[in-house]
Design a protein around this ligand. Structure first.
Ligand SMILES: Cc1cc2nc3c(=O)[nH]c(=O)nc-3n(C[C@H](O)[C@H](O)[C@H](O)COP(=O)(O)OP(=O)(O)OC[C@H]3O[C@@H](n4cnc5c(N)ncnc54)[C@H](O)[C@@H]3O)c2cc1C
Length: 401
């Protein structure tokens, strides 16, 4: 494998880095004081600037107006944009739209692409993804209560979902619902496009997360589907193939999150080192003179370096050999990078002392919102157990000397 960064990518990354520093970081204090709706007009201006720079939708297909970068290239981009909580949104490569774009690109009909995919890549609408249910464990998605029953040329959807990220203000949700209850477990559910203005699509609330309910893109919705009728044409892929499509979506989705977390690590690490090097502690010494801080910095640097190498390797493997071959690497980075990020953010916050607890730096935002990294897209434990099981199975009936 060769991780040499091409000249084109070096130019792209340096433009993006500069944009994040110049245009987005100065806006960050507003994230704590304004609603998303209040920030949106300014964010739209930034998005227009990105379009003019031809850096829009880096990971999305060229035919729909994206840059069409490979996963390995997108890893570099995402690390750069992840430094700011606004980065991915302003460049239109944010979850959950990124995953929904992939689904629509791979499984949408021409009509679905025209109606949903095109405006999504253009950034004219937002979307959400509704799989997790309130009453059942998201860790075992086969346990779904939400049903979509055929009635003539419509599906009638009933169910109770939550944690549909960015549901507030989304134009549609891709909903996972049981369409074939008698089929084998993996063929029981389907993905269905549900416009959010359909009667029976009820956004109950934006769930408070660590004390912040948020709004718009910065929120997680609880949704009650009550006799919500959508045309059968809104089915994505063949009926009963919801989990097949979900597997395809979750692989790249997981790797995208890990790439973004590298950016958070980088930002938190830079803030930590800068604070330590400049915080006077008396006797002409700074915090950087304390050995324990030096050890933290070294540990964080080594962890980040390892995490980065693992993410690039997983992306390269997916680019060259496909998702199935990269299953262990994806599981490995999902828990390793999430824990690295948590450790780096925590240490950076500690080094900042009382300042770390305020919203005067982005550390408290990262601390609140990124703790979830160890839970969504497969909890740490689920990835560890399935990765360990796969590895151990390769030792069955095998001689090792
Ligand atoms: C911020 C955030 C955003 C999200 N966005 C979305 C979204 O956009 N769309 C969507 O559909 N869902 C979303 N989710 C939901 C997420 O996918 C689920 O929370 C996740 O799958 C875990 O499911 P659960 O919360 O029901 O926990 P449970 O399944 O009840 O698990 C609870 C805990 O049990 C442990 N556990 C579970 N399985 C095992 C096992 N096999 N072995 C050992 N321990 C185990 C883990 O520690 C786990 O954290 C989001 C969640 C969060 C927090």
């Amino acid at each position: 494998m060769d991780f040499t960064v091409s000249e084109k990518m070096q130019a792209v990354i340096s433009m993006m880095d500069e944009f994040v520093d110049r245009e987005l970081i100065p806006m960050e204090p507003e994230v704590a004081t304004k609603t998303f709706a209040e920030m949106e007009p300014e964010l739209e201006k930034k998005r227009d600037m990105v379009k003019k720079m031809e850096l829009w939708a880096p990971n999305h297909p060229v035919e729909y107006g994206g840059m069409g970068l490979s996963l390995t290239e997108h890893a570099l981009v995402s690390e750069c944009l992840g430094r700011s909580p606004l980065g991915h949104y302003v460049f239109n490569c944010q979850a959950p739209d990124a995953g929904n774009i992939e689904i629509l690109h791979l499984h949408g009909t021409e009509e679905q692409k025209k109606r949903w995919l095109v405006p999504l890549v253009e950034g004219r609408i937002r979307s959400c993804f509704s799989m997790t249910e309130v009453e059942l464990p998201g860790s075992n998605p086969l346990l779904l209560d939400t049903t979509a029953v055929k009635d003539g040329d419509h599906y009638v959807i009933n169910g109770h979902k939550w944690y549909s990220t960015a549901a507030d203000g989304a134009a549609f949700s891709i909903v996972m619902a049981v369409t074939n209850p008698e089929a084998p477990p993996y063929l029981r559910a389907s993905m269905i496009i549900v416009p959010t203005d359909t009667p029976g699509f009820n956004l109950v609330r934006n769930i408070p997360v660590m004390g912040h309910a948020g709004d718009g893109y910065f929120s997680h919705g609880e949704i009650l589907f009550q006799d919500c009728r959508v045309p059968v044409e809104n089915l994505l892929g063949p009926e009963g193939h919801g989990f097949v499509i979900a597997q395809e979506r979750l692989g790249p989705g997981r790797i995208h999150h890990c790439m973004r977390w590298l950016g958070i690590c980088r930002r938190a690490f830079d803030l930590m080192c800068h604070r330590a090097a400049n915080r006077p502690m008396g006797n002409d010494k700074t915090l950087a003179h304390k050995q324990i801080v030096q050890a933290w910095v070294a540990e964080c640097a080594a962890q980040i370096q390892a995490a980065r190498a693992m993410v690039l390797y997983a992306a390269w493997k997916m680019d060259t050999l496909g998702q199935k071959e990269a299953r262990d690497e994806i599981s490995g980075i999902k828990f390793f990078v999430a824990n690295t990020m948590e450790m780096v953010v925590d240490r950076a916050l500690q080094v900042h002392g009382g300042l770390g607890m305020t919203d005067d730096t982005p550390l408290a935002f990262f601390y609140r919102h990124e703790r979830a990294a160890r839970i969504y897209d497969g909890a740490d434990e689920v990835h560890k157990v399935s990765m360990g099981r796969r590895i151990l199975s390769r030792y069955e009936n095998r001689t090792v000397r």
